[in-house]
Design a protein around this ligand. Structure first.
Ligand code: NAG
Length: 189
């Protein structure tokens, strides 16, 4: 590679992605500032800054889609743990409950994402659709917290407990952030 092409590459990189990733937009920062986990909120949404721009609907849609995707991958993980040999009956029972709660949570988040798309209207229809979204995302969060709590006690031990609990905490935080962005969007509309 010639010096010139290396220089060109550096300039292009500087103009595009290099800065985009490390420089979250002010819109994302200020929207995230009222959530319960602002650092996680900024970090997880900044990747999508180019698509979000300053569009409140796009922001909420991305946050909800992110929560759904992480919940889905945790669902897959819990399903795999269920097949693990040598689980104690109590561990097996906690995993089974958790699998059901996560599955409910995925359904609710997925329904919310569809409902959110109907919110691109004004007036009473907006209020109706967004209140459905708020209700369902809030129930999804309760399901996720219940699952996390099932792994918090002393009854279970070891790696499975730690890794499931860690994932549930992250999923619940991302969902909580999505919910507070949704509430913000509903209030400002
Ligand atoms: C979530 O997953 C879907 C399907 O794989 C994908 O299209 C979407 O971009 C993902 N959302 C985010 C916020 O990454």
């Amino acid at each position: 590679m010639t010096n010139f092409s290396i220089l060109l590459l550096l300039v292009l990189c500087a103009l595009q992605s290099c800065f985009a990733a490390s420089n979250p937009s002010n819109f994302i920062k200020s929207s995230c500032s009222t959530t319960q986990y602002p650092a996680l909120c900024v970090e997880s949404l900044s990747v999508y800054a180019a698509a979000i721009r300053q569009d409140p609907h796009q922001l909420v849609q991305t946050a909800l889609s992110l929560a759904l995707n992480r919940t889905e991958s945790t669902k897959t993980f819990v399903a795999k743990c269920n097949k693990f040999r040598g689980l104690k009956p109590r561990e097996y029972a906690a995993l089974k409950d958790c699998a059901e709660e996560i599955s409910d949570s995925v359904d609710r988040l997925s329904r919310s994402l569809k409902e959110l798309k109907l919110c691109k209207v004004n007036g009473q229809d907006f209020a109706w659709h967004i209140s459905n979204v708020e209700t369902w995302v809030s129930s999804a969060l309760t399901d996720e917290s219940t699952c996390g709590d099932g792994f918090a006690g002393k009854a279970l031990s070891g790696k499975i407990k730690d890794s499931i609990r860690g994932r549930m905490v992250n999923v619940a935080q991302v969902t909580s952030n999505a919910l507070s962005l949704i509430n913000q969007y509903a209030a400002k509309h």
